[in-house]
Design a protein around this ligand. Structure first.
Ligand code: HEM
Length: 388
């Protein structure tokens, strides 16, 4: 059986553009083959909202400890939080939960405002902005550097590392990429080790300091364990949040032109607009689980040990849950039922933080610019901006 699962080989997406637009394929699968076995990858795929929800929430039947990886995800030395099932998962999650409560969201907000104002200040003389390059890429990395307690001036370094770590590549390039990732992880360990030492001696109010003080299974965490957790956070929260910020502007300009102006007149709609972006273009499209005992609950026999891919991006467009699911509509009453942050015991811990980043960035943009329009695409979305 394959150790690595390549979702693009299941969906047939051949390039980035097709990966960003899998929704036609999802609609076809929901209609014609909602529970589908992919012979080449040897995995089950579920596309309907109730089925995806069931796979994510029923950890007795669908384990996160799959023994496999989705291409692009990382093999850490120890099992990561997303590969664990209860009860071990709960103990590991408690480590993260504590760190996330080090600062409350109210405490984060002024710092996130400061970061987004600074980024907007940098482009203030320009008539056009690169969404990824100028805003959506730096913002989450700076926030995570802050959260960990490493100098945020090193964000470029973090960004370079995370770019390599999230590369999925193809079957042909996979081995080369894996070697490169191992190199980067060594580099990160060299960078983080002295910082962790310093935090052990002089703990501050940050995530790394917390981890040096915390006990897990009766023992303090080793440097290696702390480094793995730091890397996992960098990965979990970086590209996902960048993609969300990018998608905000993509949806407002291409999926439903006119939304930006509507929000400028009605800024109280910002939160629900962001929920609809999350539903419509989820940054993570698919999650993986392993069947724990034979089941035919979805109408086909899934055998113990087989893999199930739960397609979040398809569930979010399921017409039986979201009327006219393929329409972007910020007035939709139930956008927040989306599964973009997962569901059940693994529900994303960074969800409130990334929602806040999107809200602050968008609110600051609305204050600065009376209108925005598309300036073009050059490996990025370029916006023409009109100041007040
Ligand atoms: C828009 C941005 C984000 C999206 C779409 C997203 C998505 C997800 C999803 C789908 C899961 C569930 C994985 C599973 O069930 O196997 C997850 C888990 C997780 N996310 Fe996020 N995430 C985002 C931002 C963040 C941020 C900013 C952080 C931290 C700084 C973060 C940290 C985590 C952690 C630690 C978990 C593991 C929780 C567990 O297994 O109990 N995420 N995320």
């Amino acid at each position: 059986m394959n150790k690595i699962v390549f979702p693009n080989e299941i969906s047939g997406a051949e390039n980035l553009q097709q990966q960003f637009e899998p929704y036609g394929w999802y609609a076809e699968m929901r209609k014609n083959s909602p529970v589908h076995y992919d012979e080449k990858q040897q995995v089950w795929n579920v596309f309907l909202y109730p089925d995806v929800e069931r796979v994510l929430t029923d950890y007795h039947l669908f384990s996160s400890d799959t023994g496999k990886r989705i291409a692009g995800s990382l093999a850490l030395k120890e099992k990561g939080i997303t590969e664990m099932d209860p009860p071990d998962h709960g103990k590991r999650r408690a480590l993260y939960t504590k760190a996330f409560s080090t600062r409350t969201l109210q405490e984060w907000e002024p710092r996130i405002q400061e970061i987004s104002r600074h980024l907007l200040e940098e482009v203030k003389e320009k008539q056009s902005i690169r969404i990824l390059g100028d805003l959506a890429t730096p913002m989450p990395v700076i926030v995570i550097a802050d959260l960990l307690g490493v100098p945020s001036s090193d964000w470029m370094l973090f960004k370079q590392w995370s770019d390599v770590l999230i590369t999925s590549g193809t079957r042909e390039t996979y081995e080369d990429i894996t070697l490169k990732k191992e190199e980067i992880m060594k580099e990160m360990a060299v960078y983080l080790s002295p910082i962790i030492q310093e935090k052990r001696e002089n703990p501050a109010k940050d995530f790394l300091s917390d981890l040096t003080q915390t006990e897990y299974k009766g023992q303090k965490l080793s440097d290696r364990e702390i480094i793995d957790i730091a890397i996992s956070l960098l990965l979990a929260g970086n590209v996902t949040t960048s993609t969300l910020l990018f998608s905000v502007f993509y949806c407002f300009l291409l999926d439903r032109p006119g939304v930006y102006r509507e929000l400028r007149d009605n800024p109280e709609l910002v939160d629900q607009a962001i929920e609809e972006v999350l539903r419509f273009r989820p940054p993570a499209q698919v999650l993986m689980r392993k069947v724990q005992e034979d089941t035919d609950m979805f109408g086909s026999l899934m055998k113990k040990g087989e893999i199930v891919m739960a397609w979040l991006g398809s569930a979010n467009r399921d017409e039986n849950t979201f009327a006219q699911g393929d329409q972007f509509d910020i007035h939709r009453p139930n956008s927040n039922k989306h599964l973009s942050f997962g569901k059940g015991c693994h529900l994303c811990l960074g969800a409130p933080l990334s929602r806040l980043e999107a809200k602050v960035m968008l609110t600051e943009m609305l204050k600065c610019y009376s209108d925005i329009s598309i300036g073009g695409f050059e490996n990025d979305l370029i916006l023409h901006v009109t100041r007040d």
